[in-house]
Design a protein around this ligand. Structure first.
Ligand SMILES: Cc1cc2nc3c(=O)[nH]c(=O)nc-3n(C[C@H](O)[C@H](O)[C@H](O)COP(=O)(O)O)c2cc1C
Length: 170
């Protein structure tokens, strides 16, 4: 299915500026399987190269419902959308899957990726990722002290490094 709507590209050929794509346009992180998945909006992270692999770093606070899914699964996806999907990204970024079954969100059509992860037909760019590393933000290691203000509840992000297995765009 994904091959019908998207064409595979190399990470080097992605169009757009990754700072703006992540920080301004936002991304939708999806974890789980076709019959049980959850997604959340994220605007902190980065994409680049590590261990000779194309990678994306995503940062997820432990209280997110998505955290439960990404912890259990070997793969996850990151989807990027056009501006017309801003309201849906806002919804997925302000409502927890614990309160709303996001599998039923109107306007987002789930599709399975080759590794059995889930992404969305409406996306303009999809990255299918394999979790290759994670770690937790360690406050003792902050070198500037204003970062601590981001964590009044001490809910330090866990970050996951995903190897980008495949990337598709429309
Ligand atoms: C623009 C935007 C960016 C966000 N970025 C992150 C992020 O990088 N990491 C994170 O843990 N939460 C982030 N959030 C918050 C989650 O998306 C939000 O708590 C969401 O409801 C979690 O859903 P879940 O509980 O179903 O996983 C962001 C929210 C918005 C609106």
């Amino acid at each position: 299915m994904i091959e019908k709507l998207f064409r595979k590209i190399n990470p080097e050929d992605v169009r757009g500026n990754v700072f703006s794509m992540i920080g301004n346009d936002w991304m939708l992180i999806t974890a789980g399987k076709r019959n049980h998945y959850n997604m959340m909006t994220a605007s902190w992270g980065s994409a680049g190269v590590l261990w000779k692999k194309p990678v994306i770093f995503v940062f997820i606070r432990p209280q997110r419902y998505t955290y439960e899914f990404i912890e259990k699964q070997a793969n996850f996806t990151v989807s990027f959308f056009n501006e017309e999907y801003r309201d849906l990204l806002n919804l997925c970024g302000t409502t927890s899957g614990r309160d709303l079954n996001k599998m039923n969100v109107e306007g987002l059509t789930a599709m399975e990726t080759p590794s059995g992860a889930v992404a969305f037909e409406e996306a303009k760019l999809v990255m299918e990722c394999r979790k290759i590393y994670y770690d937790d933000i360690e406050p003792d290691f902050f070198q500037i002290f204003d970062i601590e203000k981001v964590y009044p509840a001490e809910d330090y992000h866990r970050f996951y490094i995903g190897e980008i297995l495949q990337m598709w765009e429309k």
